[in-house]
Every structure is written in C-alpha cells, then in structure tokens.
Design a protein around this ligand. Structure first.
Ligand code: CTP
Length: 400
C-alpha cells in the first residue's frame, strides 16, 4: 500500500524547530511527508534540515520545478495538510485565500483534511483579527488546534505556545484515520473527566484508585481531532496535555464536581470517564497520622461523596446536553450496567469488565455502550481511541 501523503507546512515562528520532531514522528510512523516552509520559516530552520529529514526537495516558491506544476500537484496529492507552527500571518492568508507562495497555493488546492497548529504571542492570538480568521477556517472544516499556555519567546508567558509535537502528531494521526474534511464535532464544547480522585487522610496519605486516565485522555484527543472545543478535567493523571485541549487539574471528588459543573454550564456533551471515589474520610488530619505503640489503629470514618454523574444527568445545564457515564464492573457486567444506566439517568453508559490485569493502565479497552433508548453497541478489544471514537459517534448522532 502507498504511504499516506502528508504535507507539513511550516511558517515563520520560533516554534519551527519543534516541527522537526513532528516531521520525524510522521516519517518514522510510515508517512510520506513533503515539507513546504515559507521563506520566513527558513530563517529559523534551514532547507537542508527539512530536506534531509523528509527525503524530498524543499522549496518555498512556485517558481522551482515549474514543469511539475508543484503549486497544484502537492496540494492535490495530499491526504493531510498540517501547518505547524501556523503564524498569525499564515492564518490570515489562509482565511482570505491569498496565494503568494508555495504553501498558500498548496492550501488552496488541497481537498484533504487540514490541521493548523497556531503559535504566536498571546496578544496576536487574542487579537479579533486572528480570532475571526480562526473562526473562518474552522467554519470551513479545518481543525485549528488551540495553542498551549506556557513560556513564550523571551520572558513572556501566556497562551500561544505550540503544543508538544508528540501531541500534534496524535491529532494528525486521528484526523488522517477519519479522513473527513468536515469535522462532526466542530462548534461543539465537550467536557471530559479523566483519572482517579484522591481523598486525603493526612498530608501524605490518601484513598485512591487505579484509574490511569488514559481512556479519558483518548476521549479528549479524539474530540479535539473531530473539531470540538474540549475541556478535560484531569484527576491525578500525570499524563501530557493533549494538543488543543483545555486541561483543568483537580485532586478530590469535591474539586472534580466543582470543575465539571462549571465547565458543563455551556457544554453540548459531558463524558464522565473519571473514577470518582464514592467516599471520603470524614476527617483530615492536618499533621501526619502517627502509629501509636501497641495500640490498634483508629478506624477511618467515611462520608459519601456527591454523585456527579447522577447530578448532571438530573439537572442538565442546557437542553439536549448529552451525558455519558462509565461503569467498571467485575460480575454480571451487562445486567449491572443496565441498572446503573437507569440509576444514574445518563444517555449513554460505557460498560467494561475490569479485573487485575484488565483495562487499568493499559493502552487497549473493550466495552459495550448502553443507550437509554435501549441500544447496545459492542466495541471489540482495541485501542482506547477506537472506543473513544465510538462514544463520539453516538454522541454526535444524539446532538444532530
Ligand atoms: N461517578 C460520579 N460520581 C461519583 C461516583 C461515580 O460521577 N461519586 C461516575 C463515574 O465517573 C462513572 C460512573 O459514575 O461515570 C460510574 O461510577 P461507579 O462508581 O461505577 O458507580 P456507582 O453508582 O458508584 O456503582 P457501584 O455500586 O458499582 O460503585
């Protein structure tokens, strides 16, 4: 089979050096990558680097190899175009259809999915001109990844950083896998909770669980690749932030509830993938609890935590909001799942069987998605992204 053809557009920002790693990841995972830098990008990383890493010639203008009509052919032949970093100037040109170099021509001739990963100073990102250009590109079907927050060039920090190349690569992989030019979650805001809550006993101890957060992160990543604005409420995961996703770190069930309710206020869908502790210690010891010689330990008194899934299901923040829960069961998986779906009042419940070596921390999953309408969708053993995509298929269907 032919390798998927990817065009990596690089525009002139300091983050251009990070595109070298994105290029490596793409080529090493079996993609045929043609790099099309702008003339400004070559101030940051030279043509020799792009050419050596991609194994293809590199030019910025339409006047090289004119007999091959590169300004049309490169875009026409692509399965994916990703522009990383995309400067404010590049977004403006793309939004307005300007075509004064090879990359902008390529963007006009491509009929495949297009991903932009903007990087610039916060002021430039927040400027109404840039925001309108981004909105235009998204409306037309491009996936524009929200920049990350953090250190920018010089002493500045704020929103505008290029996300981690490994995470941009994940978005590209997902977009390529779907191959659609009309992302079905565009304009939607989705909230995903992930990880496991920790209920502190004292400054060094907590009651917790074995949830890794990987399924929730897969949900966030796939939603972003399908064009959604994503808020990820992350409980104790230690995983890298997915590209384009707004990550809100939390610790306890009470903090998770607060963060979910706040984010859910304008959400089209809420997916509760987090393993929330049902109970928390009634008392928190401000100092470390010490063992007392020859004495049995004091019992730990527990209080019930709020059931967040039941609460958001019963009291929808907006009409038509789709609520999805997860259930990890060890026995009578489907029967227990049906009962739980009814008890929680959500629209969909992803039921999976757990055990010592099943699901927790692994890269794969297997589940049945139960619908409040009686539907049952089996998802065979496979990557957590595949289960995530099935969940979003079912959510998108309900939103439509
Ligand atoms: N959940 C929640 N708030 C809680 C506990 C759970 O929102 N306090 C959500 C989880 O995020 C998950 C779903 O509810 O989506 C299933 O949680 P689970 O603990 O399995 O359900 P329970 O009703 O507690 O049932 P069980 O008796 O099996 O523990």
């Amino acid at each position: 089979m032919d390798k998927p053809k990817v065009v990596l557009g690089v525009s002139g920002g300091i983050a251009a050096y990070k595109a070298c790693e994105l290029l490596r990841r793409l080529t090493e995972s079996g993609h045929d990558v043609r790099v099309v830098p702008t003339a400004s990008a070559l101030h940051f990383v030279g043509a020799a680097t792009w050419s050596a890493l991609s194994g293809h010639p590199v030019s910025t203008e339409v006047w090289d190899d004119v007999h091959e009509v590169p300004h049309v052919r490169i875009g026409q032949g692509a399965d994916l175009v990703v522009v990383a970093p995309a400067t404010a100037d590049m977004l403006a040109k793309a939004a307005h259809g300007l075509a004064d170099d090879l990359l902008t021509n390529t963007l006009l001739t491509a009929r495949c999915p297009v991903v932009f990963a903007p990087a610039m100073h916060t002021e430039m990102w927040e400027h109404p001109a840039t925001q309108e250009n981004v909105a235009t590109l998204r409306r037309r079907g491009a996936v524009v990844i929200e920049p990350a927050v953090g250190r920018l060039t010089g002493v500045d920090t704020g929103k505008g950083r290029l996300p981690d190349p490994a995470e941009i690569f994940e978005v590209c992989r997902r977009v390529l896998a779907r191959g659609v030019t009309e992302p079905d979650l565009k304009g939607r805001h989705v909230v995903v909770s992930a990880g496991g809550t920790r209920e502190p006993l004292d400054p060094v101890r907590f009651l917790g669980n074995r949830s890794s957060g990987k399924q929730g992160y897969a949900l966030a990543r796939t939603a972003a690749a399908r064009g959604a604005r994503v808020t990820l409420i992350a409980a104790n995961t230690g995983l890298p932030d997915p590209a384009g996703v707004d990550v809100v770190p939390v610790g306890t069930a009470v903090q998770l509830r607060e963060a979910v309710l706040k984010a859910a206020a304008d959400a089209d869908a809420v997916v509760m993938a987090a393993a929330v502790a049902d109970f928390r210690p009634a008392e928190y010891a401000a100092g470390k609890i010490k063992k007392k010689d020859d004495k049995d330990p004091d019992p730990i008194v527990l209080l019930r935590n709020p059931d967040i899934l039941a609460e958001i299901s019963a009291d929808r923040a907006r009409p038509g909001q789709v609520v999805v829960g997860f259930a990890a069961e060890t026995d009578d998986v489907l029967a227990n799942g049906r009962k739980k779906l009814a008890r929680k009042g959500c629209d969909l419940l992803v039921v999976n069987e757990v055990g010592e070596r099943k699901t927790f921390g692994s890269e794969e999953n297997e589940a049945v998605v139960l619908g409040a309408d009686g539907s049952e969708t089996a998802v065979p053993h496979g990557p957590k992204e595949a289960l995530a995509d099935t969940v979003w298929d079912l959510v998108a269907h309900r939103l439509a």
